[in-house]
Design a protein around this ligand. Structure first.
Ligand SMILES: Cc1ncc(COP(=O)(O)O)c(C=O)c1O
Length: 356
């Protein structure tokens, strides 16, 4: 239906009620746990109209069929739950700590076997595919900001004998920057909590599948695991999605401006920024927590992808990987004016305390 429209138009037009006289232009929230028998809706753990509207839009944007979940972790777990016991998963050495923790736990319990690889080294990824059933990717990685060559890695997985199933966490890039299903991925997933919804006001996830069989298997997991998001959250997420392209562009241009300034700052030892997207990690000279504490415009909080800029030292969390440097601060760019953001970050960096 939307074949000739640009993705930024689809973000606005998709998932709307039919254009009938007096029909609402937005899908209304339907707060009901059950529905009158005889139609397609049965019980709200299996679906609700607001979730379906959001799924239509997300599916069209990623180029597959979307199933939404009550969090990004629920989405990741719904994929993991589809693999038979003994599945050999190849995953990045550095990846989002929640998913990393879950993979480690499943491996320790003997449910999967786990191999990790430096995803930025494409040859290593391709070599390791020989011993893998599933390739699990995240690019850019959180919070180390490594980039995988998705095109080459996903093609290698697809062409392996037998094919290796591929999964891509597209939370940082969003479908604005990359659409892994078009490159051969089997599953894409998101923490919708982040840039897709964009206002730090809900928790949600989504899996977007390449085939009807994978969609059906993913839907069944949502029902059985009980991970259905609420109609209200789906409404908010779809409202946020309407402005995804605007927000992404602004946050990205802010990130490009701030990354350039950071590269020249004497208290910054390293800037990890691929040149695109809204996320930057920096390694600082001194006590990284004191930078977060001194910020007055930036918000010292975890999470990312909202309209407000956030920062935090990742290792303040005991569960963050020991491979992440102690002095690494993750920055999530919002849509404020870049000069205001820089003035605040510059003063916070200039006042940095010596390392604790
Ligand atoms: C890259 C990435 N994937 C997945 C998740 C998990 O999402 P949620 O917090 O919505 O469960 C996060 C959360 O920070 C994330 O950053």
């Amino acid at each position: 239906m939307h074949e000739r429209q640009h993705p930024s138009t689809i973000a606005v037009t998709s998932g709307r009620p039919a254009r009938d006289a007096d029909a609402p232009i937005n899908q209304p929230i339907v707060p009901a746990s059950t529905f009158h028998a005889g139609g397609e809706l049965g019980y709200a753990r299996e679906g609700n109209p607001s979730a379906e509207a959001l799924e239509t839009a997300l599916g069209e944007l990623e180029g597959g069929t979307a199933v939404v979940f009550s969090s990004g972790m629920a989405a990741a777990n719904a994929i993991l739950d589809q693999f038979p016991v003994g599945t050999r998963i190849l995953a990045p050495t550095h990846l989002y700590t929640g998913v990393a923790g879950r993979l480690k736990e499943l491996a320790e319990r003997g449910i999967i076997s786990l191999t990790t690889v430096e995803v930025a080294d494409t040859n290593l990824v391709i070599e390791a595919l020989a011993e893998a059933d599933v390739l699990w990717l995240e690019s850019p990685t959180n919070p180390m900001m490594e980039i995988a060559d998705l095109k080459t890695c996903l093609a290698a997985a697809k062409n392996a004998e037998p094919p290796v199933i591929s999964v891509v966490d597209n939370t940082f890039a969003t479908p604005v920057a990359q659409r892994p299903l078009e490159l051969g991925a089997d599953y894409v997933f998101h923490s919708v909590t982040k840039m897709i919804s964009g206002h730090s006001d809900l928790l949600m996830g989504a899996v977007i599948c390449a085939t009807p069989e994978l969609t059906e298997a993913t839907r069944v997991r949502r029902i059985l695991l009980g991970a259905m998001p609420s109609p209200f959250d789906c409404f908010l997420a779809l409202r946020g999605l309407r402005t995804l392209f605007l927000r992404f562009d602004k946050a990205q241009s802010n990130a490009q401006y701030i990354a350039g300034k950071l590269a020249a700052h004497e208290k910054v030892n390293r800037v990890r920024y691929p040149g695109w997207g809204s996320m930057i990690s920096i390694e600082v000279e001194g006590d990284a927590d004191s930078v977060s504490e001194a910020a007055t415009l930036w918000t010292y909080a975890t999470s990312l992808g909202g309209v407000e800029s956030l920062l935090e030292r990742r290792r303040r969390w005991a569960f963050e990987s020991e491979l992440v440097p102690q002095n690494l601060i993750r920055l999530s760019l919002g849509i404020e004016h870049p000069e205001d953001l820089w003035d605040d970050l510059d003063q916070a960096l200039n006042g940095i305390s010596p390392a604790r």
